[in-house]
Design a protein around this ligand. Structure first.
Ligand code: X2W
Length: 287
């Protein structure tokens, strides 16, 4: 009985691979930017599973770029240091002491944890922040927010160089300013959107911990146009924490990204499900 079940599982695995071929062919050479938010990271097992999906993408010829967040990890460290956290319109008010902690946590702990997870799954990953090779240059987003950056200049050649070498870039959303020694804290979604736009990526996957964009009836909308998104926002159906994500999506599409998916990172193998099967796991936005 056990033997029979195992045979069936193998047959299903082989069939899955067989059915994935057209999707793999479609995405060969494609650039896929994946925003991996702090809330989607989970435990070591979830991290390993994510890393394996990214390594598999690379293995079948996709050029993935991981842009990560780490909001909850920054909150933990600020708490340990007795520094107060405050958010205005979804962005962290970032003074000098806070930006130091943000840089340490994102470019250190979080970035290296992801790099290590990818290496452990047999891929090659290199971690960098927006400061490396001036990948992301910012100006201050809003005086009320302190050292929060809005990307004004992207230099993505370093990412293309890493693609050619078969290396997966893992980007921490910390950026440099136009003045020497400035450091900016950039929202992870914003950084991922800006990078995807500059690369004219085939896909931007925004991994999050919700099931997608919901309509007035509370059902996930699996496909929509930028016009639908604008309508749903003005009707108040898209609200709260979803707004920065849909705004990022619209901007990225304007800059030439082919499609953006707001993807449920809690679904196992969400990235593979989205790219290599007919069955997505979130909301796809494209013109
Ligand atoms: C974010 C950067 C990290 C981030 C912050 O300080 O929390 C701003 O708010 P998640 O996990 O994707 O939320 N920056 C300006 O975006 O993390």
């Amino acid at each position: 009985m056990k033997q029979q079940k195992m045979n069936r599982d193998w047959i299903a695995t082989a069939r899955t691979l067989n059915e994935a071929l057209p999707y793999m062919q479609r995405y060969t050479g494609a650039v896929v930017v994946v925003k991996f938010g702090g809330n989607a990271m989970g435990d070591d097992e979830a991290m390993a599973e994510f890393a394996r999906d990214i390594v598999l993408m690379r293995q079948v010829g996709v050029n993935p770029v991981v842009v990560h967040g780490g909001g909850p990890m920054i909150n933990d460290m600020l708490k340990r240091l007795n520094i107060e956290s405050r958010f205005v319109r979804g962005k962290r008010v970032t003074d000098k002491a806070t930006v130091e902690v943000v840089e340490m946590v994102l470019t250190g702990l979080v970035n290296k944890r992801i790099v290590q997870a990818i290496m452990d799954e047999g891929g090659r990953a290199v971690g960098l922040s927006g400061k490396d090779d001036d990948l992301i240059v910012c100006e201050a987003d809003d005086p009320e927010l302190g050292f929060v950056g809005r990307p004004t200049e992207l230099n993505v050649q370093v990412l293309r160089d890493l693609f050619s070498a078969g290396i997966i870039p893992v980007v921490a959303p910390v950026a440099t300013g136009t003045e020497a020694t400035e450091t900016y804290n950039v929202n992870g979604d914003t950084a991922a959107g800006a990078i995807a736009g500059a690369l004219k990526a085939d896909r931007l996957l925004l991994l999050t911990d919700v099931s997608g964009v919901k309509n007035a009836e509370g059902e996930v909308v699996t496909a929509m146009t930028p016009e639908d998104v604008r309508q749903m926002t003005s009707d108040g159906v898209i609200a709260g924490g979803m707004i920065p994500k849909t705004e990022t999506a619209l901007k990225a599409i304007e800059e030439g990204v082919r499609a953006v998916v707001i993807l449920d990172g809690r679904v196992p193998n969400a990235c593979l499900l989205e790219l290599f099967t007919e069955h997505g796991a979130g909301s796809l936005i494209r013109s």
